[in-house]
Ligand binder design. Structure first.
Ligand code: KIV
Ligand code: ZN
Length: 514
């Protein structure tokens, strides 16, 4: 690499949806689903795809390997700890990639080194340098991350980064692993490292921020303003805990405020919306309606004053156009006069590539809807290929007292047929979940269950959220009701319906093949 990369006009987009993003609860994807996302990321124009952590499981290894064989333009990397075994697996997984890379990390904060790694600073330094030098014998492109950099001692970072540059690292990543940093502080850290590290002008500086305080995008932008030329992010900002930097937000800030940042990305922004929707369909993780850029309301003007302004001149209330992120004009998609060909094309634009049978089914349902409504919007079309809910709760009666074993008779509709049963359990919720499992014939593992009050007072609404797992697929369900047991049942049934949809979608993807 020649020249000072810090002044490069291009900010590389490193997408970690398939690695860090997949670590968010409920976001696990199978290999076919990951391939579908990887193809979409290539269309989106990301520079690097982190396809997984090859040493973490056979499934991850296979995903990295398949993505490496499939995508051509972006670099494909695997994560690896600074350990021989991890490096070996990562190198093997990316060996067929057109542009292979390996991403080695080790923690550098005192708190991580002391309590997690139980290693001294010198031991961490040696491990990092050894890992990069060892990998360099087999692969040219190495990224090195100092995990928990934002809570690490700055001069230790200068030292370790300087040494790994000498050992051959090409990209140096500064993670705010815990989402603890504040933009001014994070910007200063990046500037300090860029200025003080030996060999700094030969490498790409990168930011990897988590969103625990809602500052991931702001911190990433502060890094760019101070010399970072790579941002690590995920579609819809999914990721561990509160998530990672949201790709669509960071890219659209850079594009919309080019006057301030004077840099650009290679992202084809018109592919943002389809990518966001496909990921949400595959993972079952809904996009909040008010989410910047991709939420349903992001371009919806509700008040009359705003509508009037936008009709007269879009710039009054729109700082970017919906078309620029791939939302078909004004959210209006199509009406009853649309023919089959146009319909197929529009579904493809929205990120769906269905087989013939599913296209036919979706088109029939579209026609049905078009008979009832004059205009049909993007989000309604996106829901078209979905199945209707398979399960519906009709009736729930809970019997519990301090002396009797809790029991719950439940009536449900399953595939249009009414079914009733009852069960006893360790508590009311347990009894209720057992009977729902009995009626639906499900053998699921309940991974997590939580209750929160969403309004105050005696008539408070309770919201229950649960996470279930079946054959490696994790989905979450939500239910809200004044009766917490009812909310629990609704949450469970919501998750079961989502699971059915995920299985159906998976079959569609598998039928289509690679
Ligand atoms: O958040 C983090 O520190 C990471 C590293 C592995 C880069 O994901
Ligand atoms: Zn991370």
């Amino acid at each position: 690499m020649s020249g000072n990369v810090v002044n490069d006009p291009v900010v590389r987009i490193f997408d970690t949806t398939l690695r860090d993003g997949e670590q968010s609860p409920g976001a696990s994807m199978n290999v076919e689903e990951k391939l579908l996302i990887a193809r979409q990321l290539e269309k989106l124009g990301v520079d690097v795809i982190e396809a997984g952590f090859a040493a973490s499981s056979d499934g991850d290894f296979e995903s990295v390997e398949r993505v490496s064989k499939e995508v051509k333009r972006p670099r494909v990397v695997s994560l690896a700890r600074a350990q021989e075994g991890d490096i070996k697996r990562a190198l093997k997984a990316v060996e067929h990639a057109k542009h292979p890379g390996i991403h080695i990390f080790i923690a550098t904060s005192d708190i991580h080194m002391k309590h997690k790694l139980r290693m001294s600073r010198n031991e961490v330094l040696d491990a990092a340098v050894w890992a990069v030098s060892h990998a360099k014998k087999h692969i040219d492109y190495i990224e090195f991350s100092a995990e928990d950099a934002s809570r690490s001692e700055w001069d230790f970072l200068v030292q370790i980064f300087g040494e790994v540059i000498r050992a051959g690292a090409k990209t140096l990543n500064i993670p705010d692993t815990t989402g603890y940093a504040i933009p001014t502080e994070f910007g200063s850290l990046v500037r300090y490292l860029v200025d003080k590290t030996e060999g700094s002008d030969r490498v790409i500086w990168s930011a990897h921020c988590h969103n625990d305080l809602g500052l991931a995008v702001a911190n990433s932008l502060a890094a760019v303003a101070n010399g970072a030329r790579q941002v690590e992010c995920t579609i819809n900002g999914i990721g561990e805990r509160a998530g990672n930097t949201s790709l669509e937000e960071v890219v659209m800030v850079i594009k919309t405020r080019k006057d301030l940042f004077s840099v650009e990305t290679n992202v084809v922004t018109e592919q943002i919306y389809p990518t966001s929707r496909v990921l949400s369909q595959i993972t079952g993780i809904a996009i909040p309606i008010n989410k910047p850029i991709v939420g349903d309301n992001a371009f919806a003007h509700e008040t009359r004053i705003h509508q009037d302004g936008v009709l007269k001149q879009k710039l009054t209330y729109e700082i970017m156009t919906p078309e620029s992120i791939g939302i078909p004009g004004n959210r209006l998609v199509m009406g009853k006069h649309w023919g089959r060909h146009a319909f197929d094309e529009r579904l493809k634009e929205l990120g769906f590539s269905l087989n013939k049978v599913d296209m036919n089914r979706a088109f029939l349902r579209f026609k049905e809807l078009a008979d009832k409504k004059k205009e049909i919007f993007a989000e309604e079309i996106l829901r078209l290929p979905e199945q209707p809910d398979r399960y519906e709760l009709l009736y729930l009666n809970v019997n519990s007292s301090s002396s009797a074993i809790p029991s719950a008779p439940v009536k449900m509709r399953v595939d249009g047929q009414e079914r009733m049963d009852h069960a006893t359990g360790d508590g009311i919720v347990d009894a209720c979940y057992k009977v729902i499992a009995k009626i639906t014939g499900s053998r699921l593992h309940l991974v997590r269950y939580s209750v929160k009050a969403i309004t105050g007072g005696a008539d408070a609404q309770g919201e229950v959220s649960c996470l279930i797992e079946d054959g490696g697929i994790k989905v979450s369900g939500q239910g809200a009701h004044t009766d917490i047991i009812m909310a629990s049942a609704l949450a469970y049934i919501n998750a079961l319906n989502k699971l059915e949809y995920r299985k159906h979608y998976r079959q569609m993807v598998e039928r289509q093949g690679p």
